[in-house]
Design a protein around this ligand. Structure first.
Ligand SMILES: Cc1cc2nc3c(=O)[nH]c(=O)nc-3n(C[C@H](O)[C@H](O)[C@H](O)COP(=O)(O)O)c2cc1C
Length: 198
């Protein structure tokens, strides 16, 4: 029985991997003490409950990217970055506001690649003193240049009301609805754009 369950479970997982889109949840900040892992984990938990895609957290910090074009003795991080982004069909960007824009680490990570981003869909979840709205709007211009179709619904988290002391993530209940509404737009656009790339 255990054997059949195991076999059946593995087959089902394999089928899911083949038929469902891959959505990368990208953590945009890399600084020590960042809150993006808390926000990313919350989005992934909500997304996984939907069962409509394979959702994966992608942490830019793991890839140790140097500044684009800077001499780099070890290019393995850049190669791995290209590989993980190429595998995704769509994205959710976890975006934090730094000086009214996106973080330098997210901009650098976006600049590294081109075709890997093209003709895919994305949603934005941002945070900051005014919900990270200014950073999110800057990101939209960059995503357009990279041929990433960014959806309208945009969960915007406040550092004052969705975090305690600006660091302990305690989202208002209504924000979960907003994440689901955003994913309701990302998934069909991702499916549609899969046909453009094939
Ligand atoms: C360099 C820097 C600049 C910032 N500028 C802004 C800003 O312009 N507007 C804002 O709402 N918050 C600003 N903040 C606050 C950040 O949005 C807040 O610290 C957030 O937690 C950063 O995301 P992270 O913790 O994932 O790094 C800034 C923070 C840093 C570190």
């Amino acid at each position: 029985m255990g054997f059949f369950n195991k076999l059946f479970g593995t087959k089902l997982e394999e089928e899911n991997r083949m038929t469902k889109s891959n959505i990368g949840i990208i953590l945009g900040s890399t600084r020590e003490g960042r809150v993006s892992p808390q926000v990313g984990a919350w989005v992934k938990e909500l997304a996984d409950k939907r069962g409509d895609a394979n959702y994966t957290i992608i942490d830019i910090a793991d890839y140790k990217l140097t500044l684009l074009g800077e001499a780099d003795g070890d290019a393995s991080g850049a190669a791995a970055w290209s590989e993980i982004i190429a595998k995704q069909d769509g994205f959710v960007f976890i975006v934090q506001e730094y000086n009214h824009s996106i973080s330098a680490s997210l901009k650098n990570a976006l600049d590294y690649l081109r075709e890997e981003w093209n003709n895919k869909a994305a949603g934005i979840v941002s945070y900051g003193s005014v919900g990270g709205a200014r950073a999110a709007e800057h990101l939209r211009g960059i995503l357009s240049e990279l041929l990433i179709a960014h959806v309208r619904v945009h969960p915007a988290l406040s550092l004052f009301t969705d975090f305690e002391n600006g660091s302990d993530f305690k989202p208002a209940t209504v924000q979960a609805d907003s994440v689901n509404q955003m994913l309701d737009q990302v998934i069909p656009w991702t499916t549609a754009l899969n046909t453009v790339r094939k």
